[in-house]
Design a binder for this molecule. Sequence first.
Ligand SMILES: Cc1ncc(COP(=O)(O)O)c(C=O)c1O
Length: 480
Amino acid sequence: MTRTSRVNLHPLRLTRTSDAPIYLQLYRRFRDAIAAGKLQPGDRVPSIRSLASELSIARGTVEQAYQMLIGEGYFLARGPAGTIVSPRLDGAGTSGQAHHARAYTPQSARQQATPDETEPFQFGLPALDAFPRKTWARLAGRSLRVLDTAAMRYPDPAGYEPLRHAIAAYLGISRGIVCSHDQVFITAGYRGALELVCRTLLQSRDVGWHEDPGYVYARDFLLRAGMNLVPVPVDDEGLCLRTAQQQADGARFALVTPTHQCPTGVALSLPRRLELLKWATRQQAWIIEDDYDSEFRYHGRPLPALKSLDQDDRVLYASTFSKVLFPGLRLGYLVVPESHIERFRDSARHLSGPGSILPQATVAAFMEEGHFARHLRKMRVLYAQRQRWLMDALAQTFGTELSIVKHAGGTHLLAMLPTARSDRDFAAAAQSHGLAVQALSRWRVSASNPGGVLLGFANITGPEHARVLARRLFDATRTG
Ligand SMILES: Cc1ncc(COP(=O)(O)O)c(C=O)c1O
């Protein structure tokens, strides 16, 4: 049973004359109460509304403190079931500052990590605090209620048709891609799209270009699928085509992130886009375009998808709802050439596909009724702000020790380290303090390039939160 917290948060202890703002005092009070064992893992904490009323402070102030505590893994928000002290902290000791340090060591964090919690700087996670849960719950409930008998039968292997219509319409407007819903296949995330491509068009031992550094999970997936990957370096114009052609001109496919190269953030230049398309046509090769977070671009005009330039139907366009909605959905999609629809349908029939139609129906309603466009607009503003907070905090804390690569978009920063410093050691030290920092070298195949770290910023809830995290990172990487 959930225990309700009895920690003393009396207003006398929160003082307006202190140097720290009220939300920060509140944040520290909860953090210290957890460290001292006064609040136990699983304990329910008061709702924002009741705590604000009890302390006679604004709800926004309590919310700010709670967001920081959630963002740092101290609290777990469970929607209507209320917020509790994270069960992940269980068994981490009960008294004093020593416990405080221990609760955030990598061992305790890693051993007790559950997939439903965020760690600071976690890569690839959207702003979970800003997701419109109420709207989502309403649409999900409605999708369930209005489910007709037709929708209860075995689903179309290509996915829920209204969602495929909504995606085709969205791609036409936002990504410059002209396609019909028949070309759209709903998949179990990006990996589902890769699986569909592998099963339909590729064969084991096929040679494919892969960006270096590049999305490590796609690389792992393709290697396990038996592909023969050729790492191709990336410079400030994206994939180095010349090198790729010198190394393996006869490759069967190329896997690229043209809008926002993952993880360096550069865009594939127009001359290289055209060159890449020309190569694919000449070689009858496939280009797999991973457009995973193109919606989030904060400077300059949005870049159209590579697919929008594809006259000869050589591009397989893949995207995901993991960044624009949430990864737990496990929904992505693939746009295939018109001439290959039947082949894809045939292989989709033999794969597990995107699963239940209920979440697909909810996404369709979310898109059709304008919530999706509104959510993206809101997130663009929010992420630009969160990116700025983290950049400022890192600059203040680390000075010139970290050099931040300017990204036009995305939800993570790439910070380069001084040449002599190992990024794996830096990341390991951070991880050992519960910070989910990733080493750039883990995303590289070649060993020759300088080290850096990837820092997700989507769940940083304010400038003070950014400063606290930057300081934690600094201290963690100082002491090792
Ligand atoms: C480069 C890249 N592609 C695709 C994805 C999405 O993958 P999935 O749909 O499996 O969550 C991510 C997620 O972080 C990513 O970073």
